[in-house]
Design a protein around this ligand. Sequence first.
Ligand SMILES: C[S@@+](CC[C@H](N)C(=O)[O-])C[C@H]1O[C@@H](n2cnc3c(N)ncnc32)[C@H](O)[C@@H]1O
Length: 186
Amino acid sequence: MKHLDFLKESFKNIRTTGAVARSSKYLVREMMQPIHFADAKIIVELGAGDGVLTIELLSRMAADARLLCFEINPEFCKILRGAIDDPRFVLIEDSAENLEQYLQEWGFEKADYIISAIPFIALPNELVYRIVSVCHKVLKNKGLFIQFHYSSFIQKMYRKFFDHVEVEFVPLNIPPAFVMICEKNS
Ligand SMILES: C[S@@+](CC[C@H](N)C(=O)[O-])C[C@H]1O[C@@H](n2cnc3c(N)ncnc32)[C@H](O)[C@@H]1O
């Protein structure tokens, strides 16, 4: 998908897309940085868009790992289906709040990593809490929830759920972004 098409799709669905450009290579790199790919058997991606993070995840994942990808926008889902032909990739055209059900359907109890680009700032609080809460529940002990935002203010919310939260600033993105790396310790 071209940048202009991403922009058009974003404007059509600005409340759920919450971005004017896909993540830059610098932001993608920062999101990948905390992941130990050699040990990761099940990675979940929330809000895949046109797949900029998805493709990078697949290029680094082990051959026997699985990527469960959630995306609610049918246009983005069509693009992902056309662009990615990889047996490790499972596209779920449903909301991230239903993560636990799909994880079980695919035979997993817990996830190693959850990478999210869902624009929580633009969504209702109750929905955000439901999604973050289920992410915390299904992560394994020492698992990481990695999410980017355009403000660091929201880190307070993550500190209510997670034992350890680190924030990394990525200036080279439109707009500049903050990556929240949240660790579950229980
Ligand atoms: C900012 S875009 C991110 C696109 C891409 N991952 C990137 O980093 O450039 C956010 C995506 O989250 C999706 N999204 C929003 N709410 C969602 C939900 N409840 N469940 C799954 N995906 C959702 C939107 O449709 C959109 O594609």
